[in-house]
Design a protein around this ligand. Structure first.
Ligand SMILES: [Zn+2]
Length: 249
């Protein structure tokens, strides 16, 4: 694959809410950081509409989870939870952050999802990534310096509530980091089932013990499809091309 420009960060993971990245591709993130790759997590909202916990709790959980995954950079774009829109203000925020970090790979929500914020994030990010390469869509850093334009073709979607609308394009073997992924998810103890934690809070689908079982079962199923124990699946927005089949050797 060919980029118009070389990125500085290896991977940017964009999620509507704190915990989306860990739930959907925590294993893939842990694998990258263990290889010494630079990963930045971008949460669009603080998850303030969530039934359980509050923004302060969720902020600390997000910091703890990133630490467990070995990620040293996590930022929040402070959009309004439940009301993510593909408008000019939101596009400016996404374009600015992508041009700042210049990631070679971007992971994000697929276009078919249960939570409207997830679907809206997909289209917001797609629109923003196109505008990232437009010289006449100007964005500026904190010091008022004009960002350089940037493009990447490595835009991949992780799986969340729904199955993908078409078969996954590729999988990542997360067998050796699956425990780390589960630990990172359990850091969000106000949201998911952790025995003895937040048991008096209202029950949600995410906070049920069955949800964690489903999460593990899916990774195990994807692993089984590929002859390994645990895997995560991805869709590519753009066609995937390799310089040579030797890349798979
Ligand atoms: Zn979410």
């Amino acid at each position: 694959m060919t980029d118009q420009f070389q990125g500085n960060y290896d991977c940017m993971v964009i999620g509507a809410h704190p915990d989306d990245a860990e739930l959907c591709c925590g294993g893939t993130i842990a694998k990258l950081t263990r290889e010494g790759k630079k990963v930045v997590l971008v949460d669009l909202t603080r998850g303030e509409m969530g039934t359980r916990g509050n923004t302060e709790i969720r902020e600390q959980e997000a910091i703890d989870a990133a630490k467990i995954l070995g990620v040293d950079e996590r930022i929040n774009l402070e959009m309004r939870d439940g009301f993510i829109r593909n408008d000019e203000e939101s596009i400016y925020k996404i374009v600015s952050v992508v041009r700042k970090y210049r990631p070679k790979i971007i992971l994000m929500h697929p276009w078919f999802e249960r939570h409207p914020d997830h679907e809206n994030t997909h289209y917001l990010v797609r629109d923003s990534l196109f505008k990232c390469g437009l010289k006449r869509f100007e964005t500026f850093d904190e010091q008022g310096k004009l960002h350089e334009i940037y493009r990447t073709r490595r835009i991949f979607c992780y799986m969340q509530a729904y199955q993908f609308p078409k078969p996954a394009d590729f999988f990542v073997d997360i067998t050796d980091v699956h425990d780390i992924k589960i630990d990172a998810i359990k850091a969000f103890s106000s949201q998911v089932f952790v025995p003895g934690k937040y048991e008096s809070e209202p029950k949600t689908r995410l906070s049920s013990p069955e949800f964690m079982e489903e999460l593990v079962a899916r990774a195990r199923y994807f692993g089984g499809l590929n002859g390994v124990k645990y895997a995560e699946g991805f869709l590519s927005v753009e066609p995937i091309i390799m310089d040579s089949l030797s890349k798979l050797l």
